[in-house]
Design a protein around this ligand. Structure first.
Ligand code: TRH
Length: 371
């Protein structure tokens, strides 16, 4: 892996301008790739904005395909029980409540005694549910343990101005404006026939692919499948006439974005690809990460409620039905929503999100306020 070793970075003397901060971002890979995907995207954008980041990852293997080139300003620290804890930086971000090492937290508390502890942020999972606005930016005073006396702050991504917003790199809109989809497809061996609809498929293994393909069969369609369950499911499914598939390798995050930008319909999953499909501004369906207690159904409905709010009733109902059916939470509609109306909805949703503050600027302002 061509990542800079974790050089001996030290916290900047205070007070310092925001762009000289040292960030410690902790990421524990639970399963799949979203924990790492979100943390890498956060770290890389911090680096692009002039910050210095130590990204602590317990399983960094997926970076080999996700980010083979690394990112300026980002040092990847393989996080193992034996990893020594250097003095904490100016900001500590624990992603998805992953609990930094006890001795590191104790060192954070020790800095409090010296007058300026790091700002400690728990970056939470993304949801459109109402509790997010109520919980965002709340303090969690640490009464016991190695961090006793410190305050951990909850920072919730979200879809409204009363949340932390969504991760969005500063260059997104400019990059999209100059993107040439046909040229990109040609360089990646993707050759749709004239008029063939192009669909990207990234899903979990339980996705109801057969009924989805039956709805796609109304038009000549090429489905580009991501490695893992999507490609495996494609190989095990009967493909109706007119719908063909092509397996893709793992792409880097920027190249995966280019895939999303070059498709007519994106089937995404989890959290980060779900967000990236929204920035792509194309029709998409979200295969939500299923939870044993069924909480994902509420989470899905909460998102769809916001996503279709401005659409005509027939379009809203069709998009909602497709989201629910794709997640096994409702019957399949006879057909997918009208392509033009769906594209219009996706484009307006993207515009609505672009008008909101993006997560990193809000996080930096939040940290500046709490220091
Ligand atoms: O892999 P995921 O299902 O990750 C999930 C979710 O994050 C979920 O919230 C979490 O609870 C669970 O992990 C533990 O889906 P997600 O979030 O889209 O992450 C995939 C990452 O991989 C994302 O950053 C996009 C990236 N990616 C590539 O870089 N190249 C590719 O070719 C593909 C298919 C994905």
């Amino acid at each position: 892996m061509s990542h800079a070793p974790s050089q001996a970075l030290s916290a900047a003397p205070s007070p310092v301008p925001a762009d000289a901060w040292l960030w410690d971002v902790f990421c524990r890979v639970i399963d799949n790739h979203g924990d790492l995907g979100v943390c890498w995207r956060l770290a890389a954008e911090l680096g692009r904005r002039g910050h210095r980041v130590r990204l602590w990852i317990d399983e960094p293997g997926a970076l080999a395909w996700m980010a083979p080139q690394g990112a300026p300003g980002v040092a990847v620290v393989p996080w193992t029980p034996a990893t020594p804890s250097p003095p904490p930086g100016d900001v500590v971000v624990e992603a998805f409540g992953c609990d930094p090492p006890g001795d590191f937290v104790a060192a954070m508390a020790a800095r409090a005694a010296a007058g300026r502890p790091p700002v400690w942020v728990n970056l939470e999972y993304l949801s459109a549910e109402g509790y997010v606005e109520r919980s965002h930016a709340l303090p969690s005073p640490q009464a016991s343990g190695p961090g006793a006396g410190l305050v951990k702050w909850f920072f919730y991504p979200g879809f409204t101005a009363r949340t932390g917003g969504l991760l969005r790199e500063a260059a997104l809109v400019a990059d999209q404006a100059r993107f040439d989809a046909p040229a990109w497809r040609a360089t990646h061996g993707i050759a749709p026939a004239p008029g063939e609809r192009v669909v990207s498929l990234f899903c979990y293994g339980h996705a109801p692919l057969a009924p989805c393909l039956a709805r796609l069969a109304g038009r000549p369609t090429l489905v580009l499948t991501a490695p893992g369950p999507a490609t495996a499911l494609a190989a095990a499914t009967h493909w109706p006439a007119g719908v063909r598939h092509q397996a893709l390798p793992w792409l880097s995050q920027p190249e995966y974005d280019h895939l999303l930008w070059s498709c007519d319909l994106n089937l995404v999953r989890g959290e980060d690809s779900f967000v990236r499909a929204q920035w792509a501004g194309r029709p998409f369906l979200w295969h939500i990460y299923a939870q044993d207690d069924g909480a994902h159904a509420t989470k899905l409905q909460a998102f769809v409620d916001r996503h279709v709010a401005g659409a005509a009733p027939g379009v809203a109902a069709g998009v909602r039905a497709a989201f629910l059916a794709w997640n096994g939470l409702g019957p399949w509609p006879a057909a997918l929503p009208d392509a033009a109306a769906w594209s219009d909805l996706a484009g307006r949703w993207r515009e609505q999100l672009l008008a909101q503050g993006e997560l990193l600027s809000q996080l930096i302002a939040f940290v500046d306020q709490k220091r």
